[in-house]
Design a protein around this ligand. Structure first.
Ligand SMILES: *Cc1c(COP(=O)(O)O)cnc(C)c1O
Length: 380
C-alpha cells in the first residue's frame, strides 16, 4: 500500500486527487467484462467528467454517455468511442446538435420522441426509449429510485405501445444505484415479462448504471452470464453505463486543518466543505472514509470535522484519531473522484479545490487550479 500522505504532502489544499493507478485498475475490470460478455460499457459522465483522464479510460471501454447537451459535447470533444445521451426532455436547439454528435439518443416519452422525429429521423443516430419496469430494488432510497411512485423516469408498460414505434431501435432502463448483480437479474426478469415483444424487436438494450461492478464482492460471472443470455435470446447489443464503477475509490480530497475549536467535542475547521466540495455527504447522505482514522471511539481522540463556511450543518462527521490533530495537518478523504467535482460549487465564496492527477509513477500533476475568477464569472 502506497503512503498517500507522503505522496500528497506538497500539494496545495483543498484538492481533489485522481489516482490514475486505481482508475486504470477499475477500467481493467470493466474491459474484462466487455471482452467476456460482448457488452459495451460507457462512462456515465454525470458521475465523473475529469476529461484529463478520458484518454486513459477510452483505452479500456467503449465510450461515454451523457445527461444532456453539455456532457454530450464534452464526450464528443474529449472521449474516443461512442457517445450516447439520455434526458427527460430536449429543447429543439439541443436536438439539432445532439443529432450531429451522438450515436444513440434516448427519449423518456413517446411525446418527446415524436416532437423531435423530424430531426432524429434524418440523422445517423440510433434512437431508443427509456422504459420503467416498475420494479424497485432499493428500500428507503426514493431519491435514487427511478421506479419510485410518481417517478418521471421511463415509460411504464401501460403507457407503452406493444410494438416499437417506427424508427426506434433500442430500449433503455436505469433503475439501480450502487447495487450488486442480483437486483439487476431480478429487474431484467421483470423487464422480460412486461416487454418481451419489444425486446425481440429491438437492436439494443441499455441496462443503465448503478452497477457496482468494481466493488469487492460483485459477482462478475453472473453479470457476464446474464448479458450473454440476453444477447443470445433476443439478438441484442447490450450496453452498460456505469458512472460510479469507473472511478470508484479512485480519488481523494486532501484538506488541511485551519483551526480547532471546542463545543462539548473538539471541532476541526477544515479548508474544505461538505456542502461545496462533497455535497453528496449531505444529500445522500453518507460518511466519507478518512485515511488513518476510525469510527467514533475506535481510536483515542474524537474530533468533529467541519467546514469554514457559515452553514451550521456543514459538518462531515465525527472521526477518531490515534494522535491529536494539529493546525496545519493534512487530512485525506477517500472515494472522492465520483459525484464530487461534478457537483461542487462556490457557495460562501469558497475556493474550488484544485484537480490533481496522482500519476502511476507516484508524482503529482496539477491539472487545474481555480481562483476568484471562477467564483465571480458565474454570478453576473
Ligand atoms: C446516474 C445514471 C447513470 C450512472 O449511475 P451510477 O450510479 O453512477 O453508475 C447511468 N445512466 C443513467 C441514465 C443515470 O441517470
Amino acid at each position: 500500500m502506497k503512503d498517500i500522505f507522503k505522496l500528497l504532502k506538497d500539494i496545495k489544499t483543498p484538492a481533489y486527487v485522481i489516482d490514475e493507478a486505481r482508475l486504470r485498475s477499475n477500467c481493467e475490470i470493466l474491459a474484462d467484462v466487455e471482452r467476456r460478455s460482448g457488452a459495451k460499457i460507457l462512462l456515465a459522465q454525470k458521475a465523473f467528467s475529469a476529461f484529463a483522464t478520458y484518454p486513459l479510460i477510452s483505452k479500456y471501454i467503449s465510450g461515454a454517455t451523457s445527461s444532456g447537451l453539455f456532457e454530450a459535447r464534452l464526450a464528443h470533444e474529449e472521449m474516443k468511442g461512442q457517445n450516447h445521451v439520455f434526458s427527460p426532455a430536449y429543447s429543439d436547439e439541443e436536438m439539432t446538435e445532439l443529432c450531429q454528435i451522438c450515436d444513440h439518443i434516448i427519449f423518456n416519452s413517446l411525446s418527446q420522441l415524436e416532437h423531435h422525429r423530424a430531426k432524429w429521423s434524418l440523422s445517423n443516430a440510433s434512437v431508443g426509449l427509456r422504459l420503467n419496469p416498475e420494479h424497485s430494488t432499493q428500500e428507503g432510497h426514493e431519491m435514487y429510485d427511478p421506479c419510485a411512485p410518481t417517478s418521471r423516469l421511463g415509460i411504464k408498460q401501460h403507457n407503452m405501445t406493444v410494438h416499437l414505434p417506427k424508427g426506434v431501435e433500442g430500449l433503455h432502463i436505469h433503475t439501480l444505484c450502487e447495487q450488486m448483480v442480483e437486483p439487476l437479474i431480478e429487474t431484467v426478469e421483470v423487464l422480460e415479462k412486461k416487454f418481451a415483444t419489444l425486446l425481440h424487436e429491438a437492436k439494443w438494450l441499455n441496462l443503465g448504471g448503478g452497477h457496482h461492478i468494481t466493488k469487492d464482492g460483485y459477482n462478475i460471472e453472473k453479470l457476464v452470464a446474464l448479458i450473454v443470455r440476453l444477447r443470445q435470446t433476443y439478438n441484442l447489443e447490450i450496453y452498460l453505463e456505469p458512472g460510479e464503477a469507473v472511478a470508484l475509490d479512485a480519488g481523494y480530497l486532501a484538506t488541511k486543518v485551519m483551526d480547532i475549536v471546542d463545543n462539548e467535542i473538539p471541532i476541526l475547521i477544515l479548508d474544505t466543505s461538505a456542502t461545496c466540495h462533497m455535497p453528496d455527504v449531505l444529500e445522500m447522505p453518507y460518511r466519507p472514509p478518512l485515511f488513518n482514522c476510525g469510527e467514533v471511539g475506535e481510536k483515542p481522540f474524537n474530533y468533529c470535522l467541519a467546514s469554514r463556511t457559515c452553514l451550521a450543518g456543514d459538518v462531515i462527521g465525527t472521526y477518531s484519531f490515534d494522535q491529536k490533530p494539529e493546525v496545519g495537518d493534512m487530512l485525506i478523504f477517500g472515494d472522492m473522484a465520483i459525484y464530487s467535482m461534478v457537483k461542487n460549487n462556490t457557495f460562501n465564496g469558497m475556493p474550488l479545490p484544485d484537480i490533481v492527477l496522482l500519476k502511476e509513477n507516484n508524482t503529482c500533476e496539477i491539472v487545474k487550479s481555480f481562483g476568484y475568477k471562477d467564483f465571480k464569472e458565474r454570478l453576473s
